[in-house]
Design a protein around this ligand. Structure first.
Ligand code: CO8
Length: 373
């Protein structure tokens, strides 16, 4: 069976930054206005007051300082508290396509191949803006790729599962050169009126070119040495809204939004993740110290530090598991790929690392990679 490599990656950073202070200021103005408008009902105990948020809490509890948004307009407007942008139509380009195309072009340039050489496009994301026609087919068409394309998604592990699907297609002989596009347009799904989750997500897109090792010409290229996937059902992170909502008489306003039991996720998922990584390394005759870098999922800095401490025993070298969530916030499945894209240039041929995602599903996906050229 053929070896496969990651021969190029790309990153699209949306044009609008939103700091914690800006977000908290808008949220707190919203909370104050709500509490004033509902003062009597709150005093009577029939309506709950809205608690205030703080930048200090957000940074301490999550490590997040900033996020990027495709559409800042509306997000900080207390009468609206959601981004403002036109609905998708047959004649307009959805954000996920715009974002995905930019990241894809970056990845193709780094891999040094033409779009026409790509014969498989996978668009893999937590939230797609349209069920059909497939977003991947639009991106395939607009780039001028050949072959076939499809959409997939498994929330936080969409990017890693997409990379693994592409690698498997090449190994099976059903594609030669694959493009995995990972647009995470998260901000429309955030409940900006919820203190517990208003700060968590930002928008971004990543992309990667996967090729058979004997087809790739780029340097650096990273051989995919081993992959592993695991899913375990949990509703602790969920979104319930879907196409059948319009059949319900009183569909709740927050059904299409993100919900989580953050504490439970933290406690339940971390032991699964560290066991999963230790098991994968053990089965590849490696110990955690043998890896130069861990490009981990970027949901919460405390989660990543816990995992690194469990695996390596110390936290003294931040380069072992770089953090990007301080700048990008949680970008659903894209976080580990942003970290890989930003932090791999210092690898020598033979150095190994692990790209690992974990989150909703629950889902865990990882690729053990080794620089080969
Ligand atoms: N400001 C001030 N105080 C606050 C705030 C706030 N914004 N929020 C909570 N507090 C208070 C609480 O009221 C509580 O007060 P008290 O102790 O008096 O009760 C105190 O702070 C502690 O609250 P929590 O227990 O809720 O806080 P935690 O320390 O647990 O931190 C986190 C909350 C940051 C959410 C943390 O639990 C966490 O990050 N958990 C892991 C979450 C995780 O990994 N989730 C996965 C995310 S899903 C994903 O990655 C992608 C899938 C879905 C994509 C969707 C795209 C939109």
């Amino acid at each position: 069976m053929k070896n496969t490599v990651i021969s190029g990656t790309g990153l699209f950073v949306p044009p609008n930054q939103i700091t914690n202070d800006e977000l908290v200021d808008a949220y707190n103005r919203y909370a104050e206005a709500f509490n004033q408008q509902n003062a009597e009902a709150i005093a009577a105990g029939t309506v709950e007051s809205v608690p205030f948020s703080s930048s200090e809490f957000i940074e301490k509890a999550s490590g997040i300082r900033n996020r990027y948004a495709m559409h800042k307009d509306g997000m900080l407007d207390i009468e609206r508290m959601r981004p403002r942008f036109p609905a998708t139509s047959e004649h307009s380009e959805p954000e996920v396509v715009t974002m995905g195309l930019a990241a894809a072009r970056d990845a193709l340039a780094q891999a040094g191949i033409q779009a026409s050489d790509i014969d498989l496009v996978i668009v893999t994301t937590t939230n797609n803006q349209r069920p059909y026609p497939s977003i991947a087919v639009e991106i395939q068409h607009k780039l001028g790729c050949s072959g076939y394309a499809y959409d997939m998604g498994i929330a936080c592990s969409s990017a890693t599962f997409g990379l693994i699907a592409a690698s498997n297609a090449i190994k099976a002989g059903s594609a030669r050169n694959a493009l995995v596009v990972n647009p995470e347009f998260c901000t429309p799904q955030v409940n900006l009126k919820s203190r517990d989750s208003h700060f968590i997500f930002g928008d971004v897109a990543t992309a990667a070119v996967i090729q058979a090792e004997d087809e790739a010409t780029a340097s650096p290229a990273f051989r995919i040495v081993n992959t592993r996937q695991q899913t375990l059902y949990s509703t602790n992170i969920h979104c319930l809204g879907n196409y059948s909502d319009h059949c319900q008489e009183n569909s709740a306003e927050d059904r299409p939004l993100f919900h989580q039991e953050g504490r439970k996720v933290f406690k339940e998922l971390l032991p699964l993740v560290t066991n999963f990584i230790e098991g994968q390394l053990h089965d590849n005759q490696l110990s955690p110290d043998d890896l130069k870098r861990y490009w981990l999922h970027q949901a919460n800095i405390n989660m990543n530090q816990f995992a690194v401490k469990k695996l390596l025993g110390d936290l003294s070298d931040p380069q072992r598991a770089p953090i990007v969530l301080d700048e990008f916030a949680n970008t659903a499945s894209a976080g580990s790929m942003i970290a890989f894209h930003r932090y791999h240039d210092d690898f020598a041929v033979g150095d190994k690392g692990l790209i690992c995602s974990f989150g909703a599903g629950y889902s865990i996906g990882s690729l053990l990679v080794e620089r080969c050229t």
